[in-house]
Design a protein around this ligand. Structure first.
Ligand SMILES: Cc1cc2nc3c(=O)[nH]c(=O)nc-3n(C[C@H](O)[C@H](O)[C@H](O)COP(=O)(O)O)c2cc1C
Length: 293
């Protein structure tokens, strides 16, 4: 395994510290329990890590090969061509669905996190929870998608409210409230609000009933377009896709210019979801001009 990658994997705890660097990478790769469950040593591990650097600015570097020309291919001098791949059938015999979950959430990274605020249909309760099966899929009209584990008849509170009211607010998580946002993932019973648990503040929305997160640099009021349920191979309903139209945007005034378009990454400082309980920062960027034919 490439040394820099190995160092990085150790830092984020994908590999045990005593892994033998000479063994073939794919099959010797093992995940620590901290990948998905916090074990008793986690406090010690956390304490051993450097403090969060609040002053870390977003910086821009050159791309790895600034002199890249058409046809040059990868920028690693052919190193990646020497590696082998293993093929995985997601439904191979004996493979549990959790392996696919771990594979997908650790491999399809980084993912934006939609911190979704909803209100119950009768208006008596509010709900706030994070979802990283989320993405923007169109801008005209503005469309977002969110994937919910479960089904409409066993819906997470957010999905129940979204399906019943057809409204929500999608808030983007920034570094300055990552712990509070994480706290909203608590599996509180329906009707118990995560706002108090998190200590986050509600701000009024304009065209939907659910509140925005006041601390969020960016929030999008949304109306449900449609939901689609998915079944697994045993015929059990296991996932619901929600398509949401963004009907009102909110951006902090120091994060957006007069033309109300580009959101400033240096202010947004978005937090993304990586595998397991890992979150990512986006503080290292590079720019490459779009090719013209
Ligand atoms: C960062 C993060 C991302 C998550 N992404 C998803 C997701 O995409 N889909 C999902 O069903 N659950 C996801 N979860 C779990 C839900 O947040 C969790 O089940 C929560 O309790 C749901 O709350 P609710 O029942 O109030 O809607 C995520 C949790 C965290 C911490």
């Amino acid at each position: 395994m490439h040394r820099a990658l190995l160092r990085q994997a150790r830092r984020i705890q994908l590999l045990p510290l005593n892994i033998n660097t000479r063994t073939p990478p794919a099959r010797s790769f093992s995940q620590t329990s901290t990948m998905f469950k916090v074990d008793s040593d986690f406090d010690k591990v956390q304490a051993s890590r450097p403090d969060f650097n609040r002053d870390q600015e977003v910086t821009y570097s050159k791309p790895p090969n600034p002199g890249w020309k058409q046809g040059d291919g990868a920028n690693d001098g052919g190193e990646s061509l020497k590696k082998n791949h293993i093929e995985i059938d997601p439904y191979e015999e004996g493979r549990p669905a959790t392996s696919n979950y771990k594979f997908l959430i650790s491999g399809m990274v980084p993912r934006p996190i939609a911190l979704i605020s909803t209100r119950s249909k009768d208006g008596t309760s509010t709900n706030l929870a994070p979802f990283s099966y989320s993405q923007v899929i169109n801008h005209d009209p503005p469309l977002l998608v969110v994937g919910f584990v479960g089904s409409l008849d066993r819906a997470k509170d957010t999905l129940k409210n979204l399906a019943e009211t057809e409204e929500c607010v999608v808030n983007i998580i920034s570094e300055h409230f990552v712990e509070a946002a994480n706290a909203t993932a608590v599996n509180a019973p329906y009707g118990v609000s995560e706002w108090e648990v998190s200590g986050l503040h509600q701000a009024p929305s304009s065209v939907v009933q659910a509140a925005r997160v006041k601390e969020s640099v960016l929030a999008i009021e949304g109306k449900l377009v449609e939901t689609k349920e998915f079944k697994n191979r045993e015929g059990r309903k296991t996932g619901v896709l929600a398509i949401i139209e963004g009907v009102r945007f909110w951006a902090r005034d120091d994060a957006i210019g007069e033309d109300k378009s580009v959101v400033d990454l240096k202010v947004l400082k978005p937090i993304s979801r990586l595998g397991g309980i890992q979150y990512g920062r986006t503080t290292d960027a590079l720019e490459i001009p779009r090719p013209q034919f």
